[in-house]
Write a protein that binds this ligand. Structure first.
Ligand code: UDP
Length: 279
C-alpha cells in the first residue's frame, strides 16, 4: 500500500500456481503463508503453491534469464536431531503430518531449484528462513509473536501451547530482508541453501514473560494443547551466512519486540474503539 503511488513500482495480482509470462531480472519467490495456522487452512493449495508455484517461477526465470531466490524454511529440518541446525543436516520430517503440506513442498521446491540449476544453468538461491517477525504482520496471523503481542496489549490470556519449554530463535524482519538481498546479490555460483535467522534461542515460556513485561500487560499465562509435530528446538547455525554473505542479524529480540509492539499498539486501539462504537 505504501509503495503503490511510486512510479517505479508495479503491482500485479497473480496466483503463482498459474504460469506467468513477463520480462523480469530477479525473482524473490516469497509466495505462501508461513504461519502453521494459515498454511493448514488449505493444505492442498499450500502444496501447490510450494511446488507448482516454484515450477512456474523457475520457468519464468529460465525464459527471462533471471535469478530466482526461493524462500525456503527451517521447517525442512522438521524435528531436528542436530542442534543448532547446519545446512548439511537433512532433517527429520513427518511426510504424513499436518505440517507436511508446507515443509515437504518446500523440500521439493529446493530440489527443483537445484535441478534447474544443474540441467539449465538457471541462477538460483535458496534461503532457509527461520522464524521471522515484525511490523506488518496480521494481528490474526496465528504465529507466536503476533499472538502474544496482541493478547498482551489487550490484557487477554497469553496462550502457550504445551509446556512452553520448546524453543525458537526469532529474527527481526529488517535483518531478514538485508540477508535476502545479500543472498540475491551473492556471486552467481553460490546457490545455497543458506540458513538466515537469528541464533538467539529462547523458550516460548520465556518469550511470553518478556512480552508481558515489555507491554506492561496484566495478561495471565494459560496453556493450550501442543499442536502435532511442533518442533521441540530450533536454532540456526549461521556460519555459512556469516562467511559467504558477510551477514548476521543486528537487532536484538528486545529491540525487535519493542518495534513490533509499537506497530500493533495503534492498530489494536483502533480495533477496540471501533468495537465500542458499534456495540
Ligand atoms: N505457540 C504458542 N502459542 C501461540 C502460538 C504459537 O505457544 O499462540 C508456540 C507453537 O506451539 C510453537 C512456537 O510457539 O512451539 C512457535 O510457533 P509459530 O506458529 O510462531 O511458528 P513455528 O516455529 O511453529 O512454525
Amino acid at each position: 500500500q505504501h509503495l503503490i503511488t511510486r512510479a517505479d513500482f508495479d503491482f500485479i495480482q497473480h496466483d503463482v500456481t498459474v504460469p506467468l509470462n513477463i520480462k523480469i531480472d530477479e525473482i524473490y519467490n516469497l509466495a505462501c503463508p508461513a504461519s502453521p495456522v494459515q498454511y493448514q487452512i488449505d493444505p492442498i493449495q499450500t502444496t501447490k503453491t510450494g511446488i507448482l508455484g516454484t515450477l512456474n517461477m523457475l520457468d519464468l526465470a529460465k525464459s527471462s534469464s533471471a535469478k530466482l531466490l526461493l524462500a525456503s524454511t527451517s521447517e525442512i529440518y522438521g524435528e531436528p536431531e542436530v542442534h543448532p541446525q547446519p545446512e548439511e543436516y537433512w532433517g527429520k520430517v513427518n511426510p504424513l503430518g499436518q505440517r507436511a503440506c508446507y515443509n515437504e513442498a518446500k523440500r521439493c521446491a529446493e530440489t527443483l531449484l537445484l535441478n534447474y540449476h544443474r540441467q539449465h544453468n538457471t541462477p538460483v538461491k535458496i534461503a532457509r528462513i527461520f522464524n521471522t517477525y515484525g511490523p506488518r504482520m496480521q494481528p490474526n496471523d496465528g504465529r507466536v509473536i503476533s499472538n502474544f503481542v496482541t493478547q498482551a496489549l489487550q490484557n487477554e490470556p497469553i496462550t502457550i501451547y504445551g509446556a512452553g519449554s520448546q524453543t525458537r530463535s526469532f529474527c527481526y524482519i529488517d535483518d531478514m530482508i538485508a540477508g535476502l538481498i545479500r543472498l540475491m546479490e551473492s556471486p552467481g555460483e553460490f546457490t545455497g541453501p543458506v540458513n538466515l535467522g537469528n541464533p538467539f534461542e529462547i523458550s516460548i515460556q520465556e518469550l511470553a514473560e518478556k512480552i508481558v513485561l515489555l507491554t506492561k500487560s496484566c495478561s495471565k499465562i494459560v496453556t493450550r494443547d501442543l499442536p502435532a509435530d511442533d518442533p521441540t528446538r530450533r536454532q540456526p547455525d549461521i556460519t555459512l551466512a556469516r562467511q559467504t554473505l558477510d551477514w548476521q542479524p543486528t537487532i536484538s529480540l528486545e529491540e525487535g519486540l519493542l518495534r513490533t509492539i509499537q506497530y500493533f499498539y495503534p492498530l489494536l486501539n483502533r480495533a477496540v474503539t471501533a468495537e465500542n462504537l458499534y456495540a
